[in-house]
Design a protein around this ligand. Structure first.
Ligand SMILES: [Zn+2]
Length: 126
């Protein structure tokens, strides 16, 4: 159970934006961003604040209980981006409204979380 105090702290730490696709809460007025477990509970993840991140509904639903995916470039099993241990800018960069992976982790995360889906692109271009 994650208390409201912790939720507030996670939200402030993320500056009210998804820690994967960077969608800001202001650009998602109908869908509150979620506090999610980076390592899902089914894999032993805890409610510790170091295992929590703020995520938009799209990223959260696609991430589900995944820890890894297949890097589309190398076809190797690769871990998903970990917002607490890794720097977003090392793994991702914007090319216009498309998010590009700079690393295997970035590419894999974009693929599994479907970060360049039509819905996401539409939100970014509005
Ligand atoms: Zn997102």
């Amino acid at each position: 159970m994650i208390g409201s105090q912790i939720r507030t702290t996670v939200r402030e730490r993320a500056r009210d934006a998804c820690e994967y696709c960077r969608l800001h809460q202001d650009d998602s007025p109908l869908s509150p961003l979620h506090v999610e477990h980076i390592i899902p509970k089914v894999h032993g993840g805890t409610d510790d604040i170091d295992n929590l991140a703020l995520a938009c509904i799209d990223c959260n639903l696609h991430k589900g209980t995944n820890l890894t995916g297949i890097d589309p470039q190398s076809n190797e099993v690769t871990e998903l981006f970990h917002p607490r241990r890794e720097e977003w800018k090392e793994h991702f960069e914007w090319q216009g409204i498309y998010l590009k992976g700079r690393t295997a982790i970035g590419r894999t995360t974009i693929r599994v979380l479907n970060i360049n889906s039509e819905d996401q692109i539409a939100l970014r271009s509005s």
